[in-house]
Design a protein around this ligand. Structure first.
Ligand code: SAH
Length: 365
């Protein structure tokens, strides 16, 4: 216990410190979670912002070995919402004071995709008088494409690095030019340089992954100075190549617990960034996202994808909320969040405070 208290008292954690923190149990675990909850309260408040998540297409040109919507999976129906459906869904978010939407899809690069998303960004800005914040999460693109979308109104971008240890990265991706660690990394740098609030993250409990890898992930987030983070448990999907390692994984409950610890340590390390309570947490624990909010997350992405498409955006088995409508998700989340002593902030973007501070070159003090 003394050790953990000592580590928590430090201004900056080493790799060994982080490994110790990720290994805590019992009272030490309570102490870690208490410290991260206090940090969130002090720097962010007991608050939570929504990003209405529109999973607008599951068509993907990549073949990531863990992902259910990978190109090679022929066991699912591919869909692509039309522009009017996306606009209607964004209007739902605006009418319900969500503050922001997040547009996410499989990864495609083409002039048609670039122009389409640019046009959608303009339309979403127009329908909301510029008031709806927009996060994009549509994968690796050329710098010019990211620039055009930024100019069209997207101000946040989520691109999970998935694993920051390059050797682990190469074990969970095909070995070809479409899945280069270096490109993913350079995309993140470009996004940051253009001026996006830049978010990344990893999966937790992957085959071959060690606590040392996870400590490296957290150090990477700090050194890269990210503004936002989304980390969730890895959950196997029967129609993916990684399923062959299912027997070697840590139990789901342990993956869940380790994810909460990762969120807690990151909150203490990066006090004012936005941290998402990932949907995958809820695939393991019915109130998994709320638990993450209580210990340090401040963003939830309620799914507002039109109901009939949801079951086909199946990244992993048991993905929750696939039978619901957008209204169901809102009512359900409001009820759940009310149990956590947290205020849902409506009608605000809920930008990363870290981003402002980073841009102004300020210290937390
Ligand atoms: N490919 C897009 C986003 C769609 S997938 C992009 O990167 O821009 C969104 C996220 O789902 C991925 O970044 C990945 O971290 C997560 N994911 C995919 N398969 C998963 C699985 N089997 N278990 C848990 N999370 C998974």
């Amino acid at each position: 216990m003394a050790d953990i208290e000592k580590i928590l008292g430090k201004g900056s954690f080493t790799r060994e410190d982080i490994i110790s923190l990720l290994s805590v149990n019992g009272e030490e675990r309570t102490l870690l979670f208490r410290r991260s909850a206090e940090t969130k309260e002090k720097y962010i408040g007991k608050k939570l912002w929504f990003r209405g998540l529109i999973e607008f297409s599951n068509i993907c040109s990549k073949d990531c070995l863990y992902c259910g919507i990978r190109k090679g999976n022929s066991n699912l129906l591919r869909y692509n919402l039309d522009d009017e459906e996306i606009i209607t869904t964004a209007r739902f978010a605006y009418d319900n004071s969500y503050g922001s939407v997040a547009l996410q899809s499989g990864e495609l690069e083409s002039p048609i995709v670039t122009a389409r998303i640019e046009n959608l960004l303009h339309r979403i800005k127009d329908l909301s008088d510029g008031k709806l914040g927009i996060t994009l999460s549509v994968g690796e693109q050329e710098p010019e494409v990211y620039r055009r979308w930024f100019e069209a109104g997207a101000h946040r971008y989520l691109l999970r690095i998935e694993a920051t240890n390059e050797s682990l990265y190469s074990k969970i991706h095909p070995d070809n030019s479409k899945h280069l660690f270096k490109r993913r990394l350079s995309c993140l740098k470009v996004l940051q340089d253009i001026g996006y609030q830049t978010g990344t993250g990893v999966m937790i409990g992957l085959p071959f992954q060690t606590l040392d890898d996870l400590a490296g992930d957290l150090l990477f987030f700090r050194d890269f100075n990210i503004d936002m983070c989304g980390m969730g448990p890895y959950i196997e999907h029967a129609d993916t190549p990684l399923i062959k390692y299912a027997g070697e994984l840590m139990p789901l409950q342990e993956r869940f617990d380790l994810t909460l610890k990762m969120i807690a340590v990151l909150r203490i390390m990066m006090k004012d960034i936005n941290i998402v309570a990932a949907t995958a947490l809820q695939a393991i624990d019915p109130i998994g996202r709320e638990k993450a909010v209580m210990i340090g997350a401040n963003i939830i992405m309620p799914n507002i994808t039109p109901g009939q498409y949801r079951k086909n955006y199946k990244l992993y088995d048991n993905k929750p909320c696939t039978d619901d409508s957008a209204e169901d998700c809102q009512n359900c989340l409001e009820a759940r969040v009310s149990l956590t002593d947290t205020e849902i902030v409506y009608g605000e973007w809920g930008d990363s405070k870290h981003y402002d501070r980073r841009r102004k070159g300020m210290d937390l003090g």
